[in-house]
Design a protein around this ligand. Structure first.
Ligand SMILES: C[S@@+](CC[C@H](N)C(=O)[O-])C[C@H]1O[C@@H](n2cnc3c(N)ncnc32)[C@H](O)[C@@H]1O
Length: 291
């Protein structure tokens, strides 16, 4: 496991800002674009799906349906706005959602899709109430260090019945030599070069804006092997795994993003083959509770 940083430029006073790690609910909600119920997205169900059920969400949906029975009692951890959870509920699955706090949109979700249970739950500190056939957890564990990931698996394991399943997405590419070179070498170097060029430009009368470089502590990138080993310590045995999405990590680079704008071009295909396919963003696991 290694620390994961991002390096966005933002209009500012030209300084370097080191952003502390903020895993609290408000910061997380902000990062997700807020959990308010925007009128246009909540006009009707079609608008909701059109706005939110995009990109990684259909991939997660398809994966969950393949690995969880329709009559299973499911607990979702870190549900946020409940995009996948509502999709499953609409198709007759039984899902209890949870997050650090119940989000502002919960009431609007209920008006659009009908009532559904939403628990305030910190999975690193609390064992969920009750026993479930399945637990789903999408895009959370990159926030966890060794101690909190261990607590996560312990609490999830306690709430699963024997033979029950954990559906987990690590949401972040593998920590590997290539990943380290890409994140800590290429992306960091590119951001610094961009920042310094902007700084030079801002000294001329032609430039209207100054930019600051934000060094944002984003979480952790885990090796799949480490995740599987830690789960096993809590009686959760790997039953299946898949990887998807070779583009998200590549698209973090403004430079490579330009090449990817022409997906059929030789450069884009080479980038996907040499880097994207080895740093897939979605790492999906199914674990089965033993004994
Ligand atoms: C990146 S969002 C993912 C939300 C949702 N699964 C999705 O993909 O739309 C991460 C969520 O994890 C929640 N979270 C962070 N730490 C948590 C914890 N210790 N226990 C439960 N949820 C947590 C945050 O509040 C946030 O809503």
């Amino acid at each position: 496991m290694e620390a994961w940083h991002k390096y966005p430029l933002q209009v500012g006073d030209g300084s370097i800002i080191r952003n502390a790690f903020l895993p609290d609910f408000e910061a997380q909600a902000d990062f997700m674009g807020g959990y308010a119920a925007d009128d246009s997205a909540y006009a009707d169900r079609e608008s909701f799906w059109h706005t939110y059920f995009q990109a990684r969400y259909p991939i997660w949906d398809e994966f969950i349906r393949r690995h969880v029975d329709r009559d299973a009692r499911i607990l979702s951890i870190a549900s946020g706005r409940c995009i996948n959870e509502l999709r499953l509920l609409c198709d007759g699955y039984s899902v209890t959602s949870s997050d650090l706090e119940v989000p502002a949109c919960h009431h609007a979700n209920a008006e659009l899709f009908g009532p559904h249970e939403y628990l305030a739950l910190d999975i690193t500190k609390q064992t969920p109430p009750g026993q479930y056939d399945a637990v789903m957890c999408l895009s959370l564990i990159y926030l966890f260090d060794e101690r909190t990931l261990d607590a996560f698996f312990r609490n999830v394991s306690t709430t699963l019945r024997s033979g029950g399943r954990l559906i987990l997405d690590a949401a972040g590419s593998e920590q590997s030599l290539l990943g380290t070179l890409y994140h800590r070498g290429f992306l960091k170097g590119e951001a610094w070069a961009h920042y310094l060029l902007r700084k030079i430009a801002s000294a001329t009368p032609l430039s209207r804006f100054r930019y600051s470089l934000l060094i944002r502590n984003y979480g952790f990138r885990w090796k799949s092997r480490e995740i599987i080993q830690m789960a096993a310590r809590h009686g959760l045995k790997l039953a299946a795994r898949e990887e998807h999405d070779p583009l998200t990590e590549l698209s973090r680079s403004p430079l490579l993003g330009r090449a990817l704008a022409r997906p059929e071009g030789l450069l884009a295909r080479l980038l996907v083959k040499l880097i994207g396919n080895r740093l897939k963003y979605l790492r999906l696991f199914v674990f089965e509770k033993q004994g």
